[in-house]
Ligand binder design. Structure first.
Ligand code: NAD
Length: 378
């Protein structure tokens, strides 16, 4: 057996641990900090909370607050120009995966320069980046523990995956209190994203004993808390979701992903559908397609999902449980997302070229992916 396991960031977890951000930035020698966030963080008072923490630590700061979901190349270049003009020496990102990924991309541009598209792929970022401290407010992408950023290329309508050395941030500060007031629909879609990460990492062709352990524990945590977090997010369910989210991130950072992500990326790139929703609409259908390709892992997966393993037809039960979960937490159907059926061939062709397709346990044909899209649409 041989495998690689990598986590780029040191992680702090706990209720109210975001109060440590000033001290942590001081410890790494920051003097002028770029705060990256979006307008929701401003209106919810989270940007102001972090600004106050920076001021209490005597840290100079400037704020870029215009991040949008599925951040684009244009957006990250605009933010990088702003950051360069202010000569910052550290970055602090507070928000969902879109904010964290935008901050990672800005960080690449600040020290490596050029067009963000030239870094698409693995290990194309050659120079060390500045210290980046990440505070996730969704649970979630796990971006706070991955060596990955995802940026939409507006010219090619493609979600570019930029991965490898120097892409991840230095410190993750995971404070579940910041997710306490997440609206139900965002709790649902971001939670399904985390579940997708864990399941795809678990059955990936690059899975290892380390990623399996993390993925199974993440699945148990998420299956035990997602419905509660969506219905009435008490601190126990929020805390378990945040744990599950970054453990899933740690798993997929090394095991990589599968066909759910391959199909979801073109959907977000062409129609700006939120990443979590795009994953959630495909998860049960891809798992149904994958049945038979991960038999040795069926029992452990079913068990982590809370399914009694002495029953027969465990594969079908896994698919049904995922369908039932999506319906209970209000995930929409593919047909409700405004995706024209005439685009299915193009979406299938693009999904075939996605990096995640390589690590799916079963290799599809374009025709099979078109069928999968049709099934998900029915
Ligand atoms: P998001 O960051 O786009 O946020 C979704 C919405 O939730 C936004 O409107 C945001 O303002 C709002 N929001 C965030 N936190 C909130 C809070 N606490 N209360 C109220 N509203 C809040 O969604 P996301 O799913 O976290 O991130 C998706 C992005 O992350 C996509 O671009 C996806 O490709 C990327 N991603 C990256 C990785 C990685 O490893 N780098 C992994 C998975 C996904």
């Amino acid at each position: 057996m041989s495998f690689v396991f990598d986590i780029p960031s040191t992680l702090f977890f706990g209720e109210n641990c975001c109060n440590k951000c000033g001290e942590l930035l001081q410890n790494i020698g920051a003097s002028k900090v770029l705060l990256v966030c979006d307008q929701a963080m401003v209106s919810l008072g989270m940007a102001a909370k972090l600004t106050a923490i920076l001021e209490a630590a005597d840290l100079e700061h400037v704020t870029f607050a215009d991040v949008e979901p599925n951040p684009t190349d244009e957006l990250v270049h605009k933010a990088a120009t702003f950051a360069a003009a202010h000569k910052v020496d550290a970055l602090l990102a507070i928000g969902g995966g879109s904010v964290i990924d935008c901050a990672k991309a800005v960080n690449i541009l600040l020290t490596n320069g050029g067009d963000i598209a030239v870094y698409e792929g693995v290990n194309k970022v050659a120079k060390q980046t500045l210290p980046l401290l990440m505070v996730p407010t969704t649970a979630g992408t796990g971006s706070e523990v991955t060596s990955v950023t995802v940026v939409t290329d507006t010219r090619r309508h493609k979600k570019m995956v930029i991965a490898g050395q120097f892409v991840g941030g230095k410190i993750a500060v995971c404070d579940p209190v910041l997710t306490a007031d997440l609206p139900a629909a965002i709790s649902a879609s971001t939670g399904m994203d985390a579940l997708t990460h864990a399941i795809e990492a678990y059955i990936s062709t690059l899975a290892s004993p380390v990623t399996d352990g993390l993925a199974l524990d993440a699945i148990t945590l998420i299956m035990g808390s997602l419905e509660q977090a969506v219905a009435d997010g008490d601190m126990k369910s929020r805390s378990d979701m945040m744990l599950g989210s970054f453990m899933a991130g740690m798993a997929f950072n090394s095991a990589l992903l599968g066909l759910v992500h391959s199909l979801a990326h073109p959907l977000s790139a062409h129609y700006n559908i939120p990443h979590g929703v795009a994953n959630a609409v495909f998860l049960p259908h891809v798992m149904n397609y994958n049945l038979g390709s991960f038999d040795s892992k069926l029992k452990a997966l079913a068990s982590a999902m809370g399914i009694a393993v002495e029953q027969s037809d465990l594969g079908d039960r896994i698919v049904s449980r995922l369908q039932q979960l999506a319906a209970t937490i209000g995930i929409p159907q593919l047909k409700d997302l405004g995706v024209p059926e005439t685009d299915f061939s193009m979406l299938a062709e693009e999904a075939m070229l996605e990096m995640s397709t390589m690590t799916n346990p079963k290799q599809p044909t374009v025709a099979e992916l078109v069928d999968l899209l049709k099934t998900a649409y029915a």
